[in-house]
Design a protein around this ligand. Structure first.
Ligand SMILES: [Zn+2]
Length: 230
């Protein structure tokens, strides 16, 4: 249940019988013609749908993360690594203070890499557990994406859902060749922008909703199983 729909007494009641919570991590960054909030929207939706059967609290998604490589695209926001680490630690400290001892981080953005921070935090909080889940590259979800089309880059069809599309930016009809990801990793922001042009790293821009719904169902089930088995 989204924390926006709960009051503090409901959280107090929850932690009396269960100590699990979900924390979605997003990013505000260019996604070609898709919403700048794509990663935040998808991480929150996925966490909310995965938690629905057990009713675990889903905290508000962090809308900002680590995206320095998109700094040349207007509207893209990045935190410094140190800020991100301190922010995440403060949130985890607060969750623990509230009584939570198992936190599933549902990460929606590849640049965030919260594992190092989570592990450091667990060193200092050995009575609590944090599990980091990059939902789109979890084994079954990524296999489902690859089964549709191996060409699936950042801001391509694999991130194009009804919730992330913008009615005023219709997608190009033809697929974009994959960019050289090895090269992308070596470039400063303006050179990266020149290389990736509209921001899609490669692949078709959109696919049928039936295909996207199938992938989404797998992603929700895979995330839910992590929660159930914990
Ligand atoms: Zn994304």
């Amino acid at each position: 249940m989204r924390i926006a729909e709960m009051d503090w007494r409901m959280v107090e009641d929850w932690v009396r019988h269960d100590d699990r919570a979900l924390l979605p991590l997003g990013s505000t960054e260019q996604h070609a013609g898709l919403s700048l909030a794509t990663d935040t929207i998808l991480a929150e939706r996925l966490a909310t749908e995965a938690a629905e059967p057990i009713g675990a609290p889903v905290f508000p998604p962090l809308p900002y993360g680590l995206a320095p490589y998109f700094a040349a695209f207007p509207g893209s926001i990045t935190l410094r690594v140190a800020t991100f680490g301190m922010l995440l630690r403060d949130v985890l400290d607060s969750l623990k203070r509230s009584g939570f001892r198992r936190v599933l981080i549902v990460n929606g953005h590849g640049g965030n890499q919260p594992e190092a921070i989570a592990r450091e935090w667990m060193m200092d909080n050995p009575d609590a557990r944090v599990r980091c889940h990059d939902w789109w590259r979890a084994p079954r979800t990524m296999a489902a994406i690859r089964a549709v089309d191996a060409d699936a880059g950042h801001a391509s069809w694999m991130e194009s859902f009804p919730s992330t599309r913008l009615a005023w930016t219709p997608p190009p009809a033809t697929a974009k060749p994959m960019v050289d990801l090895g090269r992308v990793a070596t470039l400063p922001p303006f050179e990266l922008r020149n290389l990736v042009e509209d921001g899609n790293f490669g692949g078709a821009y959109q696919r049928d909703d039936a295909i996207m719904t199938g992938i989404w169902r797998i992603a929700v089930a895979e995330t839910r199983e992590l929660l159930d088995a914990w």
